[in-house]
Structures are given as structure tokens and as C-alpha cells.
Design a protein around this ligand. Structure first.
Ligand code: GDD
Length: 336
């Protein structure tokens, strides 16, 4: 349990960053929060946070400023989204390399005690994800390198930079490969949303508008493992406090097809089965991706707890309430 530390979270206004701060505040830690977004667009915000900074970490002078006199740094910041965003914004995604690079340099200069980097399942070799029902990806499956173009290359390169800062400058690092994290207080509209939030939103809107069909990207047979945010935070903190310095999968064991996930969401919503309008020309990403969690079980004594149906129910209820509250004025949850 991290206690009484001064901790900087970069990407604090984002989905995972906001949940992480909420959890870290529970243990008398002092939190510094930074994000490129103006504060009114942060997904969550907490009064107890000591300092809020709205600044761009692609500028090293900003990194130098916010990393001064802190114990730990969690880098949860990158320009990202679901497949709809990362397939169409590769240059934007790759520029996040500047965030990680500048933060590492600043952490080295300011003698930070430990650094966390949020990597992604997009770092894995594409050729190992071409079938719908594949075995879970093990950490070594990131090599030989052939990650998701753009976003995945940035993540894999940044993972390696962390490793070399540790080897050459003795900066302790921890690296998680997240497998499609979902839950409340995340993007669910506007183009950056991932499949769980997007499909909850589509079912909610179909129900509210009495429509009989929803649009699905691809043929719905593609598979993923989705991890609920509370499990993600628990796995992240366990990894951070472990002695393990190589990348570790933080994912669930529950592989589902997109079609199956839609059935679960329909069940939660209580609607009749909606007609699926499969859009084969929309961004699909890899055919099958799931997480092998043997390493996390072994070294972190950790495994996911929240089943997809339970996690989707919480996500669905939250999106439903946001849509009811704000109607189409959803800028807080749609901005990057
Ligand atoms: N986003 C989205 N929206 N995806 C949909 C939709 C929809 O309305 N309908 C079907 N899908 C399908 C996509 O075509 C894709 O095949 C699958 O659902 C999963 O899409 P995403 O959740 O958008 O992305 P991903 O799982 O391929 O990758 C995401 O997770 C990675 C970590 O595992 C991305 O967010 C990556 O940035 C991230 O690294």
C-alpha cells in the first residue's frame, strides 16, 4: 500500500488517471495532477489534490516543473482512443513519445524514486492476433516487433526507453500492458470511445429513441478481453509495488466476441434483441486479442475479479445517467 508519498499523476484528467488519483488519495498520499486538457474537461477531479496543472508534457520544461520534489510519477498520459481514433490518427498517437521521453529525462534529473509507464496490448505482434480464437498473448509475444502501426509502435518504443533509463541511469521503472480498460468516467462518444462504452451508448440511444438496430464495426466475431477499471487500478498498484521491472499484462481472463458483448449489454438494458448492422469498412483492429495473465498471477498474486457482465452493468448505468443528465451536451466526456 503506497502511503504518505508525494505522487505526480500525468494524464490525471483522463479515464485511468482519474480513477488512480481517487484510489491514491485514500492513503494519505499527496497528489499532484497534470493533464493537457483544461480542468473543466477532466473526467474526474478531487478537491484533495494539492496541485492541478493544465499543461502539455510534450514540453520538457513543463515536465521539469511538475516532477520537482515528488517521490513517484505515474505516466498515464497519451493521445489515444479506441480503434476509430488510433487507426486514423497515427501521427498524433506517435507524438506521445515526447511525453514519456521528457518525463523520463526530468525524472532522472529530479531523482524520482519510481516511474510507472502505461503501455498497451497494442504493443503485441500483429501476426499473433489474426484469428478470433487465439491463445492469450504472453509478454514475450511483443517480439519480434510488429505492433499496431502508430499507437502500438509508440508504446513499444517507450517501453524500451523506460528499460534503458533503468539500466543506464538506475531509474526504477514499472510497465503495465493494459488490455482494453473500461468503466465509468471515460469517453463514450465523439470518436475516441472504445467498444464497451461505444456499444453501451448505442444500445442506450436505441432504447431511448425506440430504434430497432445498432451499427457494429466489423462482423462482430472479433474477440477481446476487457478489464474493468477497479481491477486495472488494483493490478497497477500491485505491479508498482512489486520488484518486477519488465512489462506485465494487466487484463482479464474473460475472452468474448463483440457479438457476445452486445448480447450482454442488451440483457442489461432489458431491450429486445436489436438488429445488427455490420459495418465492414469501419476500423476493426486485430481479429483476436486476449491477455495471458500467468505472469501477473505469479508475481503480483493478482487476478481480475469483476466479471464482464458486472462491469458492463456499472458502465451502462453511468453512461445512461450521463446521457439523461446532459442530453447531447456531452463535451466533458467526448474531448480528448
Ligand atoms: N470503438 C468501437 N466502436 N469499436 C467497435 C464498435 C464501435 O461502435 N463496434 C464494433 N467495434 C469493434 C472494433 O471494430 C474492434 O474490432 C473491437 O470492437 C474493439 O474495438 P476498440 O475497443 O475500439 O479497440 P481495440 O480493442 O482494438 O483496442 C483498444 O484497446 C487497446 C488495448 O487493448 C484501443 O483503445 C487501443 O488504443 C488500446 O491499446
Amino acid at each position: 500500500m503506497i502511503k504518505n508519498k508525494k505522487i505526480l499523476v500525468v494524464g490525471a484528467g483522463g479515464f485511468i488517471g482519474g480513477h488512480l488519483i481517487n484510489r491514491l488519495l485514500q492513503n494519505k498520499n499527496i497528489l499532484i495532477a497534470a493533464d493537457i486538457k483544461p480542468k473543466e474537461y477532466w473526467f474526474q477531479d478531487f478537491e484533495e489534490v494539492k496541485n492541478h496543472y493544465s499543461m502539455d508534457m510534450k514540453d520538457i520544461n513543463n515536465c521539469r516543473k511538475v516532477t520537482k520534489d515528488v517521490d513517484y510519477v505515474f505516466n498515464m498520459a497519451c493521445n489515444m482512443g479506441g480503434m476509430g481514433f488510433i487507426e486514423n490518427n497515427k501521427a498524433e498517437c506517435m507524438q506521445s513519445v515526447l511525453i514519456n521521453t521528457n518525463l523520463l529525462i526530468s525524472c532522472k534529473e529530479n531523482k524520482i524514486k519510481k516511474y510507472f509507464f502505461s503501455s498497451s496490448a497494442c504493443a503485441y505482434n500483429k501476426s499473433k492476433q489474426q484469428k478470433a480464437n487465439i491463445e492469450g498473448l504472453k509478454e514475450e509475444d511483443a517480439y519480434p516487433a510488429d505492433p499496431e502501426d502508430g499507437y502500438g509502435w509508440e508504446k513499444l518504443f517507450s517501453e524500451r526507453m523506460c528499460r534503458h533509463f533503468m539500466e543506464d541511469y538506475k531509474l526504477p521503472v514499472r510497465v503495465a500492458r493494459y488490455h482494453n480498460i473500461y468503466g465509468p468516467y471515460g469517453t463514450f462518444d465523439g470518436g475516441r470511445e472504445k467498444a464497451p462504452a461505444a456499444l453501451c451508448r448505442k444500445v442506450i440511444k436505441a432504447k431511448k429513441n425506440n430504434e430497432k438496430k445498432i451499427e457494429v464495426w466489423g462482423d462482430g466475431k472479433q474477440t477481446r478481453t476487457f478489464l474493468y477499471i477497479d481491477d486495472c487500478i488494483e493490478g497497477t498498484l500491485r505491479l508498482f509495488e512489486s520488484d518486477y521491472t519488465e512489462p506485465v499484462n494487466i487484463g482479464s481472463d474473460e475472452q468474448v466476441s463483440i457479438n457476445k458483448m452486445i448480447e450482454i449489454i442488451e440483457d442489461i438494458s432489458g431491450t429486445n434483441k436489436l438488429q445488427r448492422e455490420y459495418k465492414l469498412d469501419k476500423p476493426k483492429g486485430v481479429r483476436g486479442r486476449s491477455s495471458n495473465n500467468d505472469l501477473a498471477k505469479k508475481i503480483l498474486k493478482w487476478s481480475f475479479k469483476i466479471k464482464l457482465k458486472a462491469g458492463l452493468k456499472k458502465t451502462y448505468d453511468w453512461i445512461d445517467s450521463e446521457v439523461s443528465k446532459h442530453g447531447s451536451n456531452l463535451s466533458r466526456y467526448t474531448k480528448s
